[in-house]
Design a protein around this ligand. Structure first.
Ligand SMILES: C[S@@+](CC[C@H](N)C(=O)[O-])C[C@H]1O[C@@H](n2cnc3c(N)ncnc32)[C@H](O)[C@@H]1O
Length: 258
């Protein structure tokens, strides 16, 4: 690392800490954030630098992300949320009927459910995930934000027996064989693999999710993040629905299924 990559002035040598950790090729702004997070402590900076060397994304080192203006705790037990999914959540906030029961599937750190409950206190919001580690993070976030959202362990909706939802929202793994950004390439190997890609292949998890919901015979409307997947790729999910709206959000998108 060259001296001009270090922009902070401190009493100890950030450069030597980064050099000793063997960090290379990390963007300046990420290193600057480690310096900020260290609060001027050489030992904290060393620990952060070593974790960074092993590929830990800044979101985990920082310990939180900001989604729709609120902080949510994240660690390696959960997925690092996607900014583009905020669009889906805004849509649910505006569409959900008054006093509706909303079930979120694949909640990860819980930010979607918690945001829905905070923005629309009239809603009854429940959330599920297959991964107990993620559910523990979500519960911590709900406590932190002072909201009551039950978090349930379930394979998609198969194990949900306590409610009949009016609306289902999900940002679950949809797989991807597209080009990832540098940030995604850094984050993906560190996140729980069950949160990212199903070895069954692209779109397949969405099909399985839809089957799980359809088997319940609920009349719920489904709001499903579809990320980079173009409408064409979503046919296996869409073709069995009575009605499907694909909303393009820049290079991302979601579907509303009835
Ligand atoms: C892409 S992450 C998204 C997490 C969160 N919704 C968000 O937006 O940050 C997908 C989540 O779905 C969960 N998941 C994966 N397969 C699942 C399944 N079969 N049933 C329930 N949840 C599942 C993962 O554990 C993970 O938390």
């Amino acid at each position: 690392m060259s001296q001009d990559q270090i922009t902070h002035q401190t009493t100890f040598s950030e450069k030597s800490i980064f050099d000793q950790a063997g960090l290379s090729g990390i963007p300046n702004e990420e290193l600057d954030e480690l310096v900020d997070l260290s609060g001027g402590s050489a030992s904290i900076l060393r620990r952060l630098a070593i974790r960074k060397k092993f590929g830990e994304p800044n979101a985990y080192l920082r310990g939180h992300v900001t989604m729709m203006g609120r902080k949510f705790s994240v660690d390696r037990r959960c997925y690092i949320p996607d900014q583009y999914a905020e669009e889906l959540v805004r849509r649910v906030i505006s569409d959900a009927p008054k006093n509706a029961v909303v079930l979120e599937v694949g909640t990860g750190c819980g930010w979607i459910s918690i945001t829905l409950k905070l923005e629309r206190p009239d809603l009854t919001v429940l959330a599920s995930d297959i991964d107990p580690g993620a559910l523990a993070v979500a519960q911590r976030n709900a406590t932190w934000h002072g909201v009551n959202v039950p978090f349930l362990e379930s394979y998609f909706v198969d194990d949900i027996v306590s409610v009949v939802p009016d609306l289902i929202v999900a940002n679950i793994p949809y797989g991807g064989d597209f080009e990832y950004t540098d940030q995604e390439m850094e984050e993906r190997p560190q996140m729980p693999s069950i949160a990212i890609c199903d070895p069954a292949g692209v779109v397949k998890p969405l099909v399985e999710f839809y089957k799980s919901v359809a088997a319940k015979k609920w009349a719920a409307k489904i709001y499903l993040e579809t990320g980079y997947l173009p409408a064409e790729r979503l046919k296996p999910v869409i073709e069995t629905c009575a009605d499907a709206e694909h909303v393009q959000n820049g290079e991302y998108g979601y579907v509303v299924l009835t």
